[in-house]
Design a protein. Structure first.
Length: 258
């Protein structure tokens, strides 16, 4: 029978790490890549039997995930974030796949996002498929904002009911902190790819993103929180284009001075 390593990237996740590790008790080993937490994340993980390896993230999620793969001792890897939980249905399917040990495939599972104890099943939030289970050999990850897996395996989707629970935000402060962080990274990524922003982008892109989430993808079905998130998605989209615009403006100013 083959074996699987559960890989967790974490930093200051003492509120989440215990439940996350317990949800992957099916794994033959749990490896926590700790970005030098200043709380009790590493201590809790080690107490629960996980192997903790400290390694700086430096804003490079893809590089950190590739490092995690290199630490795995099992032929199969299962990625899970500290703010995620594997359901019993998903855990059972993972064990079945690993036991069969057919290394021609990589597997995607759905994620059910929760906001303040409310599941989001509309607005594009579900099923939110992500690659999480696959053979370690030949696999690596790239990307700063939205990491991409690189491998030679055929991707297969688990049924929607074999999902992972995701708690992306600890509160409004955390939400806006992540919004600021990710819009900055998104703007930098767009600039590196040669994209530019104009004043019209401040209006058209945000309006379309919000309309698509709330109307076309049925975000209204999630009630008040669906409306709130669609509005905030407007500001998220606007923020990344505004930041791109001023990145371009700063670069032009520096170029003129040179």
């Amino acid at each position: 029978m083959s074996s699987v390593s559960a890989l967790i990237l974490a930093k200051n996740e003492e509120q989440n790490i215990e439940d996350c590790i317990k949800s992957v008790s099916f794994a033959d080993e749990v490896v926590v890549i700790d970005d030098f937490s200043t709380d009790k994340t590493a201590e809790i993980a080690e107490r629960l039997g996980a192997r903790v390896v400290q390694h700086a993230l430096d804003g490079n999620w893809g590089g950190q995930q590739t490092f995690a793969i290199q630490q795995a001792r099992c032929p199969w890897i299962f990625f899970i974030d500290a703010d995620e939980r594997a359901t019993k249905r998903l855990a059972g399917l993972v064990r079945e796949i690993v036991a069969k040990d057919d290394r021609r495939y990589a597997y995607q599972n759905a994620r059910l996002n929760y906001f303040w104890e409310q599941p989001l099943r509309h607005g594009g939030w579900f099923p939110d498929y992500v690659v999480r289970l696959l053979p370690a050999k030949g696999t690596y990850v790239t990307g700063f904002v939205h990491p991409a897996f690189h491998h030679d395996y055929e991707e297969v989707r688990f049924p929607e009911d074999a999902y992972m629970i995701h708690y992306p935000y600890r509160g409004w402060d955390h939400y806006f902190s992540k919004l600021n962080f990710y819009t900055t990274l998104a703007a930098e990524k767009m600039q590196k790819s040669g994209k530019h922003a104009h004043f019209a982008d401040f209006i058209l892109h945000p309006f379309w993103a919000s309309f698509r989430m709330y109307v076309l993808r049925g975000g209204w079905r999630d009630g008040r929180i669906g409306f709130v998130l669609a509005c905030f998605h407007y500001f998220y989209t606007m923020a990344k284009y505004v930041k791109l615009y001023y990145l371009d403006k700063t670069n032009r100013h520096v170029g003129d001075e040179a």
